[in-house]
Design a protein around this ligand. Sequence first.
Ligand code: CIR
Length: 263
Amino acid sequence: MSFSIQFSHAITRRPADSITRGLRAVDTGNPDLALMQAHHAAYIAALRSTGATVIELPPLDAYPDSVFVEDTALCLPQGAVIMRPGAPSRLGEAAEMAPQLRTLYRDVVAITGAASFIEGGDILVTEGEILVGRSARTNAAGIAELARLVAPWGHEVREVITPPGVLHFKTDCSLLDPGTVLSTTRLSASGCFSGYKVIDVTEGEEAAANTIRFNDLVLMPAGFPRTRDRLDAAGFTVREIGNSECAKIDGGMSCLSLRFTPS
Ligand code: CIR
């Protein structure tokens, strides 16, 4: 059983009407809620098709970015860690997720330091380590606090750097199997994946790097044919999911769920 790619559960949250106020680095127009809902439904259906239980939480209008549940928690086999998002408008989302995780896990701990900030999008869990990218949302204090919390569970944290101008570490990479990473070249060139097999996305298809391996499937954003060819050639079972609306507010496949096997 590979805890980094096999999961019995996922949690998602339906997009709220307020999604049009979602944070974004560059304004390319507001997401269309109806189309986003359709993409979200396809995403959930794909997760369920692997046999997993998917818990769908109701929309939270007070938090425009709350559909991106990944940023609120880190779920490990031994327990869950509630994050402290670095985006002030997202800080309250973590407290909304905590009670859900307490119903599923015996052990739920939290990042609490006033100076600690960390978002789940900056965290890549592999079989042997937890890589955390320092970014505009995740700072050294947040990473150090996470390392202290997960050490008793046997996990080692390695601090890495999210490329400048990139929202989250996992905006630019994802785990395809316990030893294989999909990455942009700008990230893999930093050398942070030494010891892993790396498949680079095709130049010009950087937005394809944020996929998720969920049980037998790799969910990838639709519309990146050359990267898809690379994944097919490497033997992965790929499901393309429309991501045009989430992409307008810097979201992708990983942000839309928490994936875990509760203990
Ligand atoms: C934000 O800027 O926080 C959201 N608009 C997008 C969050 C994407 N989350 C993720 O990649 N884990």
